[in-house]
Design a protein around this ligand. Sequence first.
Ligand code: MN
Ligand code: MN
Length: 292
Amino acid sequence: MNLREYREAGKIAGEILVYGKKLIKEGENIGEVTKKIENKIFSSKAKPAFPVQISLNNAAAHCYYTPEMGEVFKEGDLAKLDLGVHVKGFIADNACTVDLSGDDNLDLIRASKDALKEALNLMTPGSKLKNIGKAIEEVIVGYGFKPVKNLSGHEVEDYNLHAGMNIPNYDNGNAAELEEGQVFAVEPFASTGAGKVEEGKDSGIYKVMGLKKVRVGRDVLKYIYENFRGLPFSKTWIKDFDDFKLNSGFRFLEQNGVIHNYPQLMEAKGEKVSQAEHTVVVGEKPIVLTKV
Ligand code: MN
Ligand code: MN
């Protein structure tokens, strides 16, 4: 456990989340905001652990905007900002929800935030996963909403964003226990809808599935692996190739299952979703890395 690197990653992730949150305003180009936040990460001592995601309203996660899309924040939007960074592979992942309606979604936002707070207190050695899930569920249900059951928190390990154990957002019966020194991103999602998400269209967020010999896109794959290893990435981060080489490489790699384009995750009934996330080190006194 490289606490020093984790702490550094956590501080940077937390500070950039605060920075990014302020950029989310009605009328702003969502892709430009994404780019500004990513540039902030690129100019820090950390690197992005995945593309900066802004998911609106019924989109729960895995939405990636570029400036060319021309999409802007609208009045009433409920925006989830989710970003992660790593220092030498040690990852900190955090997220928050911004309400552009004024305060229509105050309780929905509070539900995921309070659930996170409860869960963080339980990130102690010997704590059972099902009990953490239960605590999250109780808070969210207490507000009159549903936790999103098919999204969960996740353990992080070096260069591995979704490692080992998951932290459920409900009592899933899993009696496995936390151990001192494990690092987790805990992320309750609260919804006014069905409490589950479905896969939507391709997000433009990619990940290498496994290395294999390829006929086309060999250089592109080499670049991706050297720069991002197994972490999710965006095509827009790759500058060393001309468009033709990059696009044909991506197409071939995707068609052959070498890279995977994550689908967007949409609330099943089209209802609103809020999210809150911190990364924490399990201990008698849990260390919340991303708290600023
Ligand atoms: Mn996240
Ligand atoms: Mn996460």
